[in-house]
Design a protein around this ligand. Sequence first.
Ligand SMILES: [Zn+2]
Length: 131
Amino acid sequence: MSVLDSITKKVTDTAKAAAKISGSVVEITKLNMSINAEEEKVRKLYMEIGKQVYEDYIDGKPLDEELMRKCIKIDEIFDNINEMKEKILELKNVKACPNCGTILAIDMEYCHKCGRKQDDDTVDAEGEKDE
Ligand SMILES: [Zn+2]
């Protein structure tokens, strides 16, 4: 083997080794991505299980005490969220239709979507209702 051949072989070997390493890096990255995707599926299923438990709680089905406590916590969080949403609406000077949830200007008398009269804060003196 000539010196040149020897050098050529070395270069080729190094290139091959590098290719092998970058090949396994790619493979590791792919595997990690697959693991993440699988873990995401598990998280989704966990969430669905949790949602199912919460729906059972809403339906009044008997639950484990610990699960019950967590469902009550969820209720409290929903209350919090609703309060904050209402605050945002106030700040935007709008309101949500109590019937369909459509966002309306604060002075709208009727919902333009479902037609519901907006009589929450000010009671109509005439007491008319068209429902
Ligand atoms: Zn409405």
